[in-house]
Design a protein around this ligand. Sequence first.
Ligand SMILES: [Zn+2]
Ligand SMILES: [Zn+2]
Length: 118
Amino acid sequence: MSPDLPASLGCAAAGCSSPAVVQWRRRNASGGTDAVLACGTHAITLDAAAHVHLAACTAPDPAHLPACDCTPEPIPTTQVSEPAATQTLPTGWTVPVVKVSVPAAAPVLAAPQGPPTA
Ligand SMILES: [Zn+2]
Ligand SMILES: [Zn+2]
C-alpha cells in the first residue's frame, strides 16, 4: 500500500461511490503527485493512466471518459544503456572493455640526492 493513497478508496468521479479499481497519478500543487482513483465505469484508458496527469486534469470526468481533458505528461523513457564495448583477448575471450584511467605521472617525492651543500 502506498502511503499516499486517499483514505477512502472510492471512485473520484462526482456522485459516484463505487469502489475504485483503477488508479493514476495527477500532479499536485507542491510538484508531487496525487493518486486519483476511479471505478470501472469512470476509468480512463490504461494508456492514459500510465501518464502523470496535469493538476488541472478533471478526470474522471464523465464528459471526457475514457479520456481526460488534459494533455498528460510524457512518460519518461528509460535510458537504454548502450551495450558495453567488448574486446577479444589473445586467448579468444571476449570481455568488456575496461576503461583504465591512467593517473598522471606520480610526483617525485624523494628528496633530491646529491652532495650536501655546506
Ligand atoms: Zn465511478
Ligand atoms: Zn488528464
